[in-house]
Design a protein around this ligand. Structure first.
Ligand SMILES: [Zn+2]
Ligand SMILES: [Zn+2]
Length: 299
């Protein structure tokens, strides 16, 4: 016998929980559209989702009406390609305004540099005896910022390599014969851009050999958060970084870094930020200041 109240015929749905603060779309190198990732986030019961495409905020305006329709919070986001001590690091910007002129200008500058980089890598592949049709590639991914993944995909589809893995191993991997370094911002610039656009900067999937002194320097430079869990993060290192975050007053965040359902466990919501940490992050964004009452959720 059921003890449910008679008027409630459906089982109650659990309240939405957690925030996936690291998701890619077709506006960078993800395979799902902005609306598809919003739907995926809503279907797994997330309270919030940040779309964090590489060096662009263009997916946010596309996703916003769908997020509003489904009642899920869309956090403005970006993942800057940056440089720290000569190495590439990624800086997430959460709660950034996607109409910020400096963000849009930096994004346009990096995009232009990436177009040049793509052409340079295609030239190198051709010099190695392979063929790349850049126009066809652009038609196949009309909104994407094309990069190595797309070239690897092209080489695979056209039968020039057995798969993307081989394309990277033979040609496109770091320091491979066809690889050209990615254009990137200085980390201080990435952090400053994010903060000036109302957001909070987070160090994404930190390098495994991150030192606490380096993290402190980043925190002193305006970093507000650090990614401590996700598919590419070793849980032991994540625990260490979580302790450092507590000591340095950084917010610990997590996300799926979803690009595609290309291996088991890769899905939106696979790794989430706790609701309390999302609120800490929000409280550090300009949107929570009484004077600058802008909030992505209000849009
Ligand atoms: Zn990244
Ligand atoms: Zn990412």
């Amino acid at each position: 016998m059921s003890h449910r109240p008679a008027h409630r015929s459906d089982p109650p749905r659990p309240p939405p929980r957690g925030a996936d603060l690291h998701v890619h779309t077709t506006h960078s190198d993800g395979v799902c559209s902005p609306c598809e990732v919003v739907n995926a986030a809503a279907s797994v019961g997330l309270a919030a989702l940040a779309i964090t495409d590489h060096d662009t905020v263009s997916a946010l305006a596309v996703a916003r009406p769908e997020a509003a329709r489904l009642g899920i919070e869309l956090v403005g986001g970006v993942e800057w390609t940056a440089e720290l001590d000569g190495r590439e690091v990624h800086i997430l910007g959460h709660f950034v305004r996607d109409d910020d002129p400096a963000v849009l200008a930096a994004s346009a500058r990096l995009r232009a540099a990436r177009v040049e980089r793509l052409a340079a890598m295609a030239d190198r592949l051709e010099a190695l005896g392979l063929s790349v049709d850049l126009d066809a590639l652009r038609r196949a991914f009309p909104r994407a910022t094309l990069g190595r993944r797309h070239l690897a995909d092209w080489l695979t589809r056209t039968g020039q390599v057995p798969g993307p893995r081989e394309a990277f191993a033979r040609y496109l991997g770091d320091r491979g014969p066809a690889e050209v370094p990615k254009p990137r911002l200085g980390w201080t610039e990435a952090v400053a851009l994010t903060v000036a656009a109302g957001g909070v900067a987070a160090l994404a999937h930190p390098p495994y050999n991150l030192r606490e002194a380096t993290l402190k320097a980043l925190a002193d430079g305006g970093l507000g958060a650090i990614e401590v869990a996700g598919p590419g993060i070793n849980p032991n290192l994540g625990r260490r970084w979580r302790a450092w975050a507590a000591a340095l007053d950084l917010v610990p965040v997590s996300g799926s870094d979803f690009h595609a359902q290309d291996r088991p466990g890769r899905r939106v919501g696979a790794s989430v930020t706790a609701d309390a940490d999302l609120e800490r992050l929000r409280s550090r964004s300009a949107g929570s200041r009484p004077d600058g009452g802008w909030r992505m959720a209000d849009a």
